[in-house]
Design a protein around this ligand. Sequence first.
Ligand SMILES: N[C@@H](CCC[C@H](N)C(=O)O)C(=O)O
Length: 276
Amino acid sequence: MFASELGLGWVFDQAFYRIMQTTFYKYQGTGNDFVMIDDRSESFDVQDLALVTKLCDRKFGVGADGLILIRNHPDFDFEMIYFNADGSQSMCGNGARCAVAFSGFLGIIQVKTSFLAVDGPHEAILKDGIVELLMINVPGIEAKGDDCFVNTGTQHHVRLVEDIQNYPVFSEGKKMRYHEMYAPGGTNVNFMEPISEDEIFVRTYERGVEDETLSCGTGVTAAAIVFAQDKTDAEVKIKTLGGNLSVRFHKNEDGSMDNVWLIGPATQVFKGEIEI
Ligand SMILES: N[C@@H](CCC[C@H](N)C(=O)O)C(=O)O
């Protein structure tokens, strides 16, 4: 209802309307796209999952694979709060790279940053539109039949396949995403094919989007770790449907990984106003 309907007049209508407006930005990292909101005022209601799903809806909202809030934190440059398109929360590698680029745009950070995400603290370097993101340490690779499972801040099943361009990512991904061994939370599902001795192609079915996305940062990190598991210091190039990324890591004697870096572009696409 407008204020004028309450007899308060046009001036109050304008004030009331402005209060409802929030600026958002759209970012993409190798085609994984996000609604990005500077929420340092903490005015976004994080309990309002219907609003998150509405904003991410590609027909009725802005349209995105996820929504990210940037908030202040006493011990870090900023905190990233990430929601999948269905309102669930997790770590997001491409989202974190976009959050770093957005924080640079907002003037919160310059080149180096340390910020907090749901899986813990991260460091990153922002230079010429490329974000190098330090991921959490990875405890190791678990065998899952012929496939593998790796936690790179969130859950990832990884399968080696042939002819990846024609692989049924949606149907096979959906099967593993809901497989009983991952119940009740489920998992993201990645399919990878080696291109050369240091390059792979990766396609991902993403939990929370419930579809294949053009790229998944934590997913390609998991795939790179499986691919180069025999190396002590690895550098893997990755092609996705949405562009190119790279991952480097150090493998310890106990099978764990540290110094895990995800590297690639993060780009602002447009800016708009929404009523929330
Ligand atoms: N696209 C993300 C992964 C998002 C998290 C995932 N959907 C989950 O529920 O774990 C990325 O770039 O890492």
